[in-house]
Design a protein. Structure first.
Length: 95
């Protein structure tokens, strides 16, 4: 039995293309600041992305996080890490 060239894993190529277009539009609508930055400030980067492998992503441009948002994310990660370590080491002696 020959594979149907119009299908990928049982899904039509047209449907996959429509899905990609719809998701790309949603990505752009949700990340206007990232798009503006990519349009104006990413020219110095190879392929317009900070790491060359990011050019392989299907998104229209790389998402950008502001320093303030990055700090909040890092603070949350540190708090989560502290909570996990604290839970794992609750019986550990203090040094």
């Amino acid at each position: 039995m020959r594979a149907d060239p119009t299908m990928i894993a049982g899904v039509s190529r047209d449907r996959i293309a429509e899905f990609h277009v719809r998701e790309a539009r949603q990505f752009v609508r949700a990340r206007r600041a990232s798009q503006a930055w990519a349009d104006g400030g990413a020219g110095d980067w190879l392929g317009g992305v900070p790491m060359h492998w990011m050019a392989d992503w299907p998104s229209p441009f790389a998402p950008v996080v502001s320093p303030a948002a990055r700090k909040r994310q890092i603070d949350r990660l540190i708090a989560a890490f502290d909570a996990v370590v604290g839970a794992l080491c609750k019986d550990a002696p203090d040094e």
